[in-house]
Write a protein that binds this ligand. Structure first.
Ligand code: SF4
Length: 350
């Protein structure tokens, strides 16, 4: 059963850096005041009342948790101890930077019930990290992933394609490196230019041009496809609309409230395009949870087929895997798998 996440934002708390893309006050909606022990316990009990049978997990997002003082970290985690013991919460996750991870920190966090650590990695290319003011190297990220894994704690990674100096090849290579290092899951946030950031200044000065939506979708569908082939779950693509982002705060870049669905629709659209010829009459079956992806965001895949005079009916079939479709043409039907029957060349999406 999917857990209910009780979120606590610790925006910019503990972070001594100013990455070019970051304005934590915008991302989390407000400059952070840390929650008190009472506030933590009350919020959990409030959420617990509506969670039903689903387990609860607590998440500390934003900021750099492990750069907070030891006392502050302990103050945030201690109120959770009795709730972990009695089973009211089942997991604790937090986010931090790769250069604030070491054996001592991870061992201590694990003892206090932390089950998942998410790392803001953004890129595994040192030139990109440098141009983005990250203040850590790809080797730091590699070591942090391996360290967390070595302690038996799950590790999530966040990548941000499209930063200054980035390229399709570098983004792909970043994904492959975090996968090889042992990441358990990944979030992909294409770069967005947010008001008030250094990136916004560079954008206004004509020193930086972000990817637009179409370019971002093309790049992210390739990343998603590679992640699927590497068995690396992608748990989120694109920043959420409720992250304080709107048409006033987002100046430019690849951002759309339904970005994730647009990208996964594009994958299914490409698979269908490969195996359905112009003017055909087809029935396409897919797993029930993939109906909206096969039909496409705002019926985009049906529209793509109509442009080629393809008449298609899409139906659900719960015997199929999520990444499979069956295309039926008359009495002939063939099964296709996104991971094995769809291939991209870098030139094709660049
Ligand atoms: S390390 Fe994280 S919180 Fe700190 S400036 Fe960079 S993105 Fe923002």
């Amino acid at each position: 059963m999917k857990p209910v996440t009780v979120p606590f934002f610790i925006s910019h708390q503990g972070c001594p850096h100013t990455c070019v893309f970051c304005d934590q006050r915008t991302i989390s909606g407000a400059a952070g005041r840390l929650p008190t022990a009472n506030e933590i316990v009350s919020k959990i009990s409030l959420w617990s009342a509506t969670a039903g049978e689903r387990p609860l997990e607590v998440a500390f997002f934003g900021g750099t948790f492990t750069a907070l003082s030891h006392e502050i970290q302990a103050g945030l985690l201690e109120p959770l101890q009795s709730l972990l013991k009695c089973g009211e919460i089942s997991a604790v996750r937090l986010s931090t930077r790769p250069d604030y991870i070491d054996d001592r920190r991870v061992e201590w966090l694990k003892k206090l019930g932390v089950t998942t650590i998410e790392l803001g990695i953004q890129s595994m290319d040192d030139a990109v990290l440098d141009a983005s003011g990250r203040g850590h190297s790809a080797a730091d990220s590699d070591a942090a992933i391996r360290c967390i894994k070595g302690h038996g704690v799950a590790v999530g990674t966040q990548l941000m394609p499209g930063l200054p100096g980035d390229s399709l090849f570098k983004s792909l290579s970043s994904l492959e490196r975090v996968s090889v290092a042992g990441a358990d899951f990944i979030r992909i946030y294409p770069t967005v230019v947010i008001q008030g950031t250094e990136l916004a200044r560079r954008f206004s000065a004509g020193e930086y041009y972000p990817m637009g939506l179409e370019q971002g979708v093309n790049l992210c569908k390739l990343l998603l496809h590679r992640a699927m082939q590497s068995n690396l779950p992608v748990v989120r693509m694109g920043l959420q609309a409720d992250d304080g982002l709107n048409s006033e705060t987002v100046l430019a870049g690849c951002w759309h409230p339904s970005f994730g669905q647009i990208v996964s629709s594009a994958l299914y659209g490409d698979l269908i395009d490969r195996y359905v010829s112009d003017d055909e009459l087809v029935t396409i079956s897919c797993h029930p949870t993939r109906l909206s992806d096969v039909i496409g965001y705002k019926r985009s895949n049906l529209a793509r087929m109509l442009e080629r005079r393809v008449r298609a009916q899409v139906v659900s079939d719960n015997t199929l895997k999520k990444e499979e479709i069956i295309i039926q043409k008359g009495i002939r039907s063939s099964r296709y798998n996104l991971m094995t029957d769809l291939n991209y060349s870098i030139q094709e999406v660049n």
